[in-house]
Design a protein around this ligand. Structure first.
Ligand code: UD1
Length: 419
C-alpha cells in the first residue's frame, strides 16, 4: 500500500479537466453483458474499479480493449455464468452483473459482496427485485445463484429506499426480458442512472422515466451495437470544487455538468465560495474562512453522500458550528477519527456529525479508510499547516483518475510513495 505526502498551505490555482463518471461507467460496462454485438464507450476514466469490471467481463469470456479513455467491448457467443470471488470482493458494483448474466445464460452465480468500510451494505433490494422479475434466488456458501424460472407479462418492483445499485441492476436485467413490462417504483434518480438508461436506449432498449422515481422498462429480445460517451464525474468535480474552496484558491473545473451538481454548488455558495457557471465550466473561488452549514445528505438531487467526508474536512475550519446529517449510509463517519488527528473537532450522534470549526488543521500521519475518506484527508492535508502523510491511500485511485498529476497542475505539492 502506498502513501501520499501532502504539503499543506498552498492555494489551489488553475484549471482541471474532470474525467468520466466512475459510477456511470461501471453499470454501463455491466450492461454490455446483454449485448451480442461490440460497443464503443468513450470518456471512461482509467481507474482501478474500471479495470476490475474489465477483469469480470474477460472472466466470463468477453474481449475488452481499453485505450485513451475508450473501451471496446466484444461480447462472446459462449458466456460463462460464474464470476470469480476476487473482483466481487474488491468492488461491490460488480454484483450488478448477476442479473444480466442470468438473463443471457439462464442462470448465473456471483459471490455476495464482502463487508464495506462505509457501513453495512446489504443486497436485499437487488435480490427481491430479481425475484419479482421471475428469477429464483439461492444463497449458498456466500454465493448467490439466480435462475430464470418464469416469464412474466408485468412486474412491479418497489424499493424501500431509492438504492442506486439496485435500480441499475433491475433496469439492466429487465431491459432484455422480452415480453415483460417492468415498473420500478421509488427508483433512484441519480444522473448515472439516466446515463445508463441512455446507453441502453441507444442499444435498442425501451426505457421511460429514468431520472424520476418511476421507471418503466419494456423488455426487448435483442440489443444492438452502439457508441456512447460517459457523463462527467460529479463526485470528482465536487471534490476539486471543495478542495479549491478549502485552500482559498481559484480553480476552473472543465468538462462538468453543473446541473448534476446543484446541491454541492448550493452548499459551497452558502459557505461563502463564489461560483460561476459557464456552460460545461465551473469556476470556484474562495477568499475567507467558510461559513458553517447545516447540511442534509440525501439521495439525488440531495447533497451526495460521496461528498460528505470531503465536506466535513472543509467545514473543520468553518467560522462556527456545522451540522451534517447523513441519511444514506448512517454510519459513514470513519473519516472523522482520522480527521481528528489533524485537528478536527467533531461529535458524532446517530447519523449526525456536529463540527466545531477551528482556526487551522495541522499535518500529521493519517490512514485512509475508504475511497472518499481518502479524498477528505487529501483536502484536509492541503489545508493543514505542515506535512500530512496519508497511509493506505491507494483506494483513492479507485475513484480519482490522475489525482497527483491533476493536483500538481493546480500548484499543490503532493508526492505518491510506493509502500
Ligand atoms: C452507489 C454508489 C456509491 C454511493 C451510493 C449512494 C456506485 C458504484 N456506487 O452505491 O458511490 O455512495 O450509491 O449514493 O454507483 N441498501 C439496502 N439494500 C440493498 C441496497 C442498498 O439496504 O439491497 C441501502 C444501503 O445500505 C444504503 C442505501 O440503501 O444505506 C443506499 O445504497 P445504494 O444506493 O444501493 O448504494 P450503492 O448502489 O451500493
Amino acid at each position: 500500500m502506498g502513501k501520499l505526502v501532502v504539503h499543506g498551505g498552498v492555494r489551489l490555482n488553475g484549471s482541471v479537466r474532470i474525467s468520466g463518471a466512475k459510477n456511470a461507467a461501471l453499470p454501463i460496462l455491466a450492461a454490455t453483458i446483454l449485448l451480442d454485438e461490440p460497443v464503443l464507450i468513450h470518456n471512461v476514466p482509467d481507474l482501478l474499479d474500471v479495470r476490475t469490471m474489465m477483469e469480470i467481463l474477460e472472466s466470463i469470456g468477453f474481449n475488452v480493449r481499453f485505450e485513451k479513455n475508450t473501451i471496446w467491448v466484444k461480447p462472446s457467443a459462449s458466456l460463462k455464468g460464474q464470476v470469480p470471488y476476487e473482483p466481487v470482493r474488491k468492488m461491490r458494483a460488480s454484483f450488478n452483473v448477476l442479473g444480466p448474466l442470468a438473463v443471457k445464460c439462464g442462470e448465473a452465480s456471483v459471490s455476495l459482496p464482502g463487508g464495506c468500510s462505509i457501513g453495512v451494505r446489504p443486497v436485499d433490494f437487488h435480490l427481491e427485485g430479481l425475484r419479482k422479475l421471475g428469477f429464483s434466488i439461492d444463497v449458498e456458501h456466500g454465493v448467490v445463484k439466480a435462475k430464470r424460472e418464469k416469464r412474466l407479462g408485468e412486474c412491479y418492483v418497489y424499493f424501500p429506499f431509492p438504492s442506486v445499485g439496485a435500480t441499475e441492476h433491475i433496469m439492466i436485467t429487465a431491459a432484455l426480458l422480452d415480453g415483460t413490462r417492468t415498473i420500478i417504483e421509488n427508483a433512484a434518480m441519480e444522473p448515472e442512472i439516466v446515463d445508463l438508461a441512455n446507453f441502453l436506449v441507444s442499444c435498442g432498449a425501451k426505457i421511460l422515466g429514468a431520472g424520476s422515481r418511476r421507471i418503466e422498462i419494456e423488455g426487448v429480445d435483442r440489443l444492438r451495437s452502439c457508441e456512447h460517451s460517459i457523463i462527467p464525474d460529479r463526485i470528482e468535480a465536487g471534490t476539486y470544487a471543495i478542495a479549491a474552496a478549502a485552500t482559498r484558491g481559484k480553480v476552473l473545473l472543465q468538462n462538468v455538468r453543473p446541473d448534476h451538481m446543484m446541491a454541492a454548488i448550493e452548499a459551497l455558495n452558502q459557505s461563502g465560495a463564489q461560483i460561476k457557471i459557464d456552460g460545461n465550466n465551473l469556476l470556484v473561488q474562495m477568499n475567507e474562512r467558510p461559513k458553517p452549514l447545516k447540511l442534509q445528505v440525501a439521495p439525488y438531487p440531495g447533497f451526495p453522500t460521496d461528498l460528505q467526508p470531503q465536506m466535513i474536512a472543509y467545514l473543520s475550519v468553518a467560522d462556527g458550528t456545522s451540522v451534517i446529517v447523513e441519511t444514506v449510509f448512517k454510519s459513514r463517519f470513519q473519516h472523522v477519527d482520522e480527521l481528528r488527528r489533524l485537528g478536527l473537532k467533531a461529535e458524532l450522534t446517530d447519523g449526525t456529525a456536529i463540527v466545531y470549526g477551528v482556526e487551522r488543521l495541522q499535518g500529521t500521519i493519517v490512514k485512509a479508510t475508504d475511497l472518499r475518506a481518502a479524498a477528505a484527508l487529501v483536502i484536509a492535508g492541503l489545508m493543514a499547516e505542515g506535512t500530512t502523510i496519508i497511509e493506505e491511500v491507494d483506494q483513492i485511485f479507485r475513484g480519482y483518475e490522475d489525482l497527483t498529476l491533476k493536483l500538481s497542475k493546480l500548484s499543490a505539492i503532493v508526492e505518491y510513495e510506493n509502500g
